[in-house]
Design a protein around this ligand. Structure first.
Ligand code: NAD
Length: 366
């Protein structure tokens, strides 16, 4: 009986609520599939600050290092907003976690079921069958991390700020490998997004992607697109993409555009993968909902647990190589969300049947 060893970091506000629901679904699947779940729960974010004086307590980091994957909720909220920026839960917990484990690849499925197309700001005739695409964003390089990065006062009294965009060929190749794997699991169609008409890093990006795919992935239908056009095409006809891969800042912006056209934050999960391998020789990863801690609805029992449940599916897919079980969970979520108005309501942010009832509906379809 395979044992799945993972760390559970629920975080703050709705984090623990949706995590409890997701774990209940996971326990149910595990029983059906003969899996043993060996997980330990630890504080992170505001809970880390309150209980250990630190957003990312040493004991939490140690637990993560000893696990095969991290199932993350979300962190932050009004309770800790007055802290200095460097001590805020997101900045002091999530970013160091990504950095510590070199989680350079962020995979975010953009999924909108056909039955829920009216949740999207796009006209239904543009997405008659919903949306089903994947964004792969480089997460630890580019403009956000490049040095020098500073603000200086010039001799004439003017003020100058500098950010630096840096990419190495090796960094481009490693994110590309993740994108190729994702594309191979889908329609074998990959669009690389850059700004090669203006940026040196993008020229290297495009050349590296072209050469690497020609040499190592001739089975992939590769295309290139400038980022400004990609932003337009996402709003015009999102399904022309299957998998798209891009650098850090472009991915930050395009993945948020993708989230909004998919209609509901409570439905989107994400996987962050790194260079590390777990004890099974598979990618070590952090799996989390795309949304935040939703303080406005915390404690009411109405948060949509689907993104957290879909994060479990992602963890099974990448860190445990259990694709069939991941697909079963995804199919059950789809059925639960689309099979009735009441359960469907929750994805639209309308009055809902509640977190627990949604998890029950998913379990009923497993
Ligand atoms: P948010 O994503 O928490 O909420 C935005 C809106 O979406 C709210 O109206 C909320 O009620 C709704 N929403 C989000 N998730 C939902 C769900 N599962 N079900 C139903 N509705 C849901 O964004 P925000 O309000 O800007 O941020 C709140 C806090 O979360 C902030 O402290 C922010 O820093 C933090 N945050 C954390 C993460 C993370 O941990 N990865 C990500 C984003 C924001």
């Amino acid at each position: 009986m395979p044992t799945l060893k993972f760390a559970v970091l629920p975080g703050d506000y709705i984090g623990p609520e949706v995590m409890t629901a997701a774990l209940r679904v996971f326990e149910h699947v595990a029983k059906q599939e003969g899996l043993t779940l060996a997980y330990t729960t630890a504080d992170v974010g505001g809970a880390g600050i309150d209980n250990h004086g630190k957003a990312l307590p040493d004991s939490t980091l140690k637990l993560c290092a000893e696990s095969d994957a991290i199932l993350f909720g979300s962190v932050g909220g009004p309770k800790w907003e007055k802290l200095p920026p460097k001590e805020q839960p997101e900045r002091a917990a999530l970013l160091p976690l990504r950095k510590h484990f070199t989680l350079f690849a962020n995979l975010r499925p953009g999924l909108l079921y056909r039955e829920l197309t009216d949740a999207s700001p796009l006209k239904t005739e543009r997405i008659p069958d919903g949306i089903d695409i994947v964004c792969i964003r480089e997460l630890t390089g580019g403009l956000y991390f490049g040095l020098p990065k500073h603000t200086t006062t010039l001799p004439d009294g003017d003020i100058q700020a500098v950010d630096t965009m840096v990419y190495k060929k090796s960094e481009i190749e490693r994110i590309l490998q993740v994108a190729i794997t994702a594309a191979r699991a889908r329609k074998k169609k990959l669009c690389s997004v850059d700004k090669a008409n203006v940026l040196e890093t993008s020229v290297l990006w495009r050349k590296t992607v072209s050469e690497y795919c020609a040499a190592h992935a001739p089975d992939i239908a590769l295309s290139h697109m400038y980022v400004d056009n990609a932003a337009m095409q996402l709003a015009r006809d999102p399904n022309q993409f299957d998998v798209f891969v891009t650098e850090n800042m472009f991915g930050d912006i395009l993945s948020d555009e993708m989230a909004v056209i998919c209609g509901s934050l409570g439905m989107l999960s994400s996987a962050s993968l790194g260079t590390g391998r777990n004890s099974l020789g598979l990618p070590f990863g952090l799996y989390e909902p795309a949304g935040g801690t939703a303080p406005d609805i915390a404690g009411k029992g109405i948060a949509n647990p689907c993104a957290q449940i879909l994060s479990v599916a992602q963890m099974l897919r990448y860190s445990f190589n259990l694709e069939p079980i991941a697909k079963r969970i995804e199919a059950a979520v789809k059925k639960a969300v689309t099979s009735g108005t009441r359960t469907g309501d929750i994805a639209f942010g309308r009055p809902s049947v509640g977190t627990k009832a949604m998890a029950d509906a998913v379990i009923a379809h497993l």
